[in-house]
Design a protein around this ligand. Structure first.
Ligand code: HEM
Length: 235
């Protein structure tokens, strides 16, 4: 077997390993944190005396859980190619869910008793989540598949902040007994947001943006929106 074939197989395996990790953790966090809100309960202590707080968490958690579960499946090239209609419909459900979950989160963030630094992190997340989703929609309407891909990777990296936040929080609770819960929560939200943005750009810049810039410098025949194999198991 040639070295090229071996490295292709190794890349494909690594892609599937990372995808499985992403899909499993997204499904696991949704399964742990969302169902309590389906029957009037909650996964964390909630101050029910705050008007509309609990209702906003219910309206937020359900569509937000949907985005977390749908996301990983949208990135599988074979599924997109074989079932384009499914990709389109679930993509729309994802985008509508982002808007609904953001609107409810905006209220929850305004009334949360968790403090100003956490509120700033949540509002940044809300603005970035809506902006990346809007760009994902705008680029696909223009049929710019490469840019659509980049914006949807960015969007899902922000969605996935819900997972990393909770992983950091649980790890912090297990390891840092002397740190106050509110401080841990705030630090986890900031680390989840910034860490995911850096990781997403780390994948996007060399794999999607740099090859695109190189192609621009050396014009080749063919449509400009041709799909690059980068970020796919075939690459
Ligand atoms: C990425 C954009 C997101 C933003 C801006 C956001 C924002 C918020 C805000 C402001 C709260 C209230 C926190 C508090 O009162 O202290 C909250 C709670 C919550 N969020 Fe999100 N969220 C996002 C994504 C998600 C996702 C993808 C899920 C999917 C599981 C999710 C599930 C929850 C749940 C279950 C709660 C209630 C608290 C708990 O039980 O842990 N959120 N979110």
């Amino acid at each position: 077997m040639s070295t090229a074939v071996i490295s292709r197989t190794a890349r494909r395996r690594r892609w599937w390993f990372l995808w499985s990790l992403l899909a499993l953790s997204a499904t696991g966090i949704t399964a742990l944190f969302v169902p309590p809100y389906l029957h009037g309960s909650s996964a964390v202590p909630i101050d029910r005396a705050i008007v509309g707080y609990y209702a906003s968490l219910v309206i937020h958690a359900l569509p937000a859980g949907l985005t977390l579960i749908i996301g990983p499946w949208q990135f599988i090239p074979k599924l997109r190619a074989r079932f384009p209609r499914v990709h389109r419909v679930s993509g729309r459900v994802y985008l509508i869910s982002v808007v609904a979950a953001s609107a409810a989160a905006a209220y929850a963030a305004a009334v949360t008793p968790s403090g100003f630094p956490l509120q700033v992190a949540f509002y940044m997340l809300i603005v970035a989540w809506l902006y990346t989703a809007a760009q994902g929609y705008r680029t696909i309407r223009r049929r710019d598949i490469q840019q659509h891909r980049i914006w949807m990777v960015r969007s899902y990296a922000l969605t996935f902040a819900a997972v990393t936040l909770r992983v950091y929080l649980l790890a912090g609770q297990a390891l840092l007994h002397s740190v106050d819960f509110r401080d841990l929560y705030t630090a986890s939200a900031w680390a989840g947001l910034l860490g995911n943005v850096f990781i997403a750009e780390y994948f996007i810049i060399p794999r999607l943006l740099t090859p695109r810039a190189r192609r621009r410098q050396t014009p080749a025949p063919g449509p400009s929106s041709a799909i690059s194999p980068a970020l796919s198991p075939q690459s």
